[in-house]
Ligand binder design. Sequence first.
Ligand code: GDP
Ligand code: CA
Length: 316
Amino acid sequence: MGKSILALCGGVGGAKLVQGLGKTLRPGNLFVFVNTGDDFHHLGLPVSPDLDTVMYTLAGVADQAKGWGIAGETWHFMEMISRFDDLSWFNSGDKDLATHLYRARAAREGLRLDEITRSLSRSFGIEHNIIPMSNDPVRTLVVTDRGTLAFQDYFVRLNCSPRVKAIKFAGCDKARVPGSFTDLLNENKPDAIIIAPSNPLLSIAPILSLKDVRSALQSASVPIVAVSPIISGKALKGPTAKIMEQMDMPVNNVSIAEFYRDFLDGLVIDNKDEHETGEIEKLGIRVKTTGTLMNSIRDRIALAETTIRFADSLSA
Ligand code: GDP
Ligand code: CA
């Protein structure tokens, strides 16, 4: 397709659709704007989990079975360092570690995160554009019944077991979008904006917390369409459903529509959830039902094409 698309994305769930979009669109016509709220330092190295997931997935080297990291990894480094200290709560394979080491060195040499991301992507032969939501640090903090936790402490070390009371994005009031979000829209002129089926509260909300993003979305002249991460009242993976419950959001597509209501034109939901159509359309949001489960690459391309066509139909 000759279209150009801007996608908002977190990690594993969002990256599946992004891979489909990447294969559907001509090289260079996809702009993926990625959450960096999960970024942290591990072993002194800067780690950007969602940027790396999107990059490895677009490069076709992601570990599909595990859902994170690189396929065919080896773990010699982790084995060795585990002798010295218990750092095994966050695993990084030998190849993945090279990404973090390169990022650390490039940052020390003064490169910004968007420049580093571009350089890493190009090394993988990725012709589409992966853009971190900010070069400034934004850190997701999870307020729980066990205190306020850094995102990776909650997500990886404690395996999402504490009860979530609130989610904060430290630094979001000062952080700026590289360039500006409005310029990103004006310069690249996407035909549509697609919100990937990422966790709305943990992956998309940090992006929306940045100063000019929400207002730019509200006044965007192109259709904005989201793909729901919920099928039949469940999230496919990870804590999305659990956190929605804990935050008093019913686990369904209506909640997803309500969450994005102030800028969303259309929502793609699974065929199984067709009965929710009426209630979502009452919010002034159009609905497209299709298969939204993305196991194979063919599923991903099919969903990407359907979503682009749906967005297209809304711009008429
Ligand atoms: P993370 O940053 O790695 O946690 O990943 P994301 O936030 O990007 O994605 C997590 C969400 O992806 C979860 O809410 C899942 O329900 C959703 N997800 C995972 N696989 C699929 C899929 O095949 N189809 C749809 N529609 N959603 C998916
Ligand atoms: Ca993530």
